[in-house]
Ligand binder design. Structure first.
Ligand code: NDP
Length: 239
């Protein structure tokens, strides 16, 4: 049991990668709070749903206070909630630009500012931010998404420094997944997915559990000397 007695908060925990992480963390002994806008699409022992829109700062503060009161601790935060609204730059609407910034960037800030402070007081914790290969390499039609996922990497490095002050062992890392089979890829044509698969050294797309195992490592005490890092889990993608 690699997360025995740990309390883990996962945003966007209702499905996709968030679900895979919630289920794996629970199997490894954690109490998991899955935050999302809508109810969970699955049932799992020790995975509790709490409604929270990460773009709404007061809700994030409220939920963090509730969890600390009820569970006495937050040991792991996974900033996983994310959306896409793709368009070429000249066709991108203000709404598409702003909505992706709001969820993927401000949402990460909203939770971390409350949880990070709490973890510093506690003296330890692990924060994992879900970036993307697109944050590293860029992608046509995803200027909004690429900006947020690149931003998540610089936030990770900044928080790794900020939250390690005053002797606190709060580790902050990012995972940059490659293309992984979840609903977020629903709108991507199969032809493009096949091309993405061919661009990896392993010749295939990822499975949600493969991202969850990386998160498990970073969440666990096995990663006690790992902070400020971006772990690529992408089958060796060459963009
Ligand atoms: P999914 O679309 O399957 O799941 C995303 C989850 O986030 C949904 O449950 C969604 O809820 C939730 N969410 C969206 N907006 C908010 C919000 N404002 N507040 C709370 N929850 C919200 O996507 P994935 O599981 O694939 O993606 C998870 C993360 O991984 C994202 O950050 C994504 O960018 C990243 N990623 C994914 C890759 C992939 O290929 N799958 C590759 C690289 C990175 P709702 O149903 O309400 O929208």
């Amino acid at each position: 049991m690699r997360l025995k007695n740990k309390v883990a908060l996962i945003t966007g925990g209702a499905r996709g990668l968030g679900q895979a992480m919630a289920e794996l963390f629970s199997d490894e002994g954690a109490k998991v709070i899955a935050l999302d806008r809508e109810a969970l699409t699955y049932q799992k022992e020790n995975v509790l749903f709490m409604e929270c829109d990460v773009t709404h700062a007061p809700s994030c503060q409220d939920v963090v206070e509730k969890i600390v009161k009820e569970f006495g601790s937050i040991d792991v935060l996974v900033n996983n909630a994310g959306i896409t609204r793709d368009a070429l730059t000249h066709k991108m609407t203000d709404e598409a630009w702003q909505s992706v910034i709001d969820v993927n960037l401000t949402g990460v800030f909203n939770l971390t500012r409350y949880v990070g402070e709490w973890m510093m007081e506690q003296g330890k914790g692990s924060i994992i931010n879900i970036s993307s290969v697109v944050g590293t390499y860029g992608n046509i039609g995803q200027i909004n998404y690429a900006a947020t996922k690149g931003g998540v990497v610089s936030m990770t490095k900044t928080w790794a420094k900020e939250y390690a002050r005053k002797g606190a062992a709060v580790r902050v890392n990012a995972i940059a997944p490659g293309y992984t089979m979840t609903d977020i890829l629903k709108t991507v044509p199969q032809e493009l997915l096949d091309r993405f698969a061919k661009m990896t050294m392993l010749g295939r797309l990822g499975e949600p559990k493969e991202i969850a195992y990386a998160a498990l490592f970073l969440a666990s005490d096995e990663a006690s000397y790992v902070t400020g890092q971006v772990l690529g889990v992408d089958g060796g993608m060459r963009l």
